[in-house]
Design a protein around this ligand. Structure first.
Ligand code: ZN
Ligand code: ZN
Length: 174
């Protein structure tokens, strides 16, 4: 996910360059790798480089129902401006307003998209992801995966997150 933009930074504003995305990146918040495939347009702006990426991302997640791993696929439409540290026209240092925290082009004129992809991916992950919309989860009594087997517990099949609450209600009703 590293793009050398030295050439593009020498061009005038509006100049474009097309790239492909086919990379593995690391999502720090989840301590997990993901794959990205897609296209990228780099556009020279007056301050830096505008990055516009359309990409499909694949990541392994743990289902919140049955706890099995499954492959989660979604699209990222990344739109970010990357600002260099040095203005190549006059070799001056580019100052950033306090409070602004743009993505930066590093001193070797490399745009590293890993951090941006990691942030966008983390925002796309559901709070409690499901392997399928019909996931039946685990039996709250015996723990059996109800997607593949049927147990004899004859219990209400409920979301494991609510299991303790339901047990509490059940005990009150006894
Ligand atoms: Zn599941
Ligand atoms: Zn059971």
């Amino acid at each position: 996910m590293h793009y050398n933009v030295a050439g593009l930074l020498k061009e005038s504003s509006g100049y474009k360059s097309m790239e492909t995305v086919d990379d593995i990146f690391f999502v720090e918040e989840m301590n997990r790798q993901a794959d990205a495939f897609g296209k990228l347009v780099l556009i020279r702006t007056d301050k830096g480089i505008w990055v516009s990426a359309d990409s499909v991302v694949l990541i392994e997640l743990d289902c919140g129902g049955c706890l099995n791993q499954f492959e989660f696929q979604f699209e990222i439409n990344l739109e970010e401006e990357f600002i260099p540290y040095i203005d190549m026209k006059n070799n001056s240092i580019i100052h950033i307003e306090p409070g602004e925290e743009p993505f930066r082009i590093d001193a070797d004129n490399i745009i590293n998209l890993e951090e941006a992809f990691s942030q966008y991916t983390f925002m796309k992950i559901p709070f409690s992801p499901r392997c399928t919309v019909q996931c039946r989860g685990l039996c709250v009594k015996c723990g059996m995966d109800l997607n593949t087997q049927k147990c004899d517990c004859n219990t209400k099949h409920i979301d494991p997150r609510w299991a303790s609450l339901v047990n509490l209600l059940d005990s009150k009703n006894d």
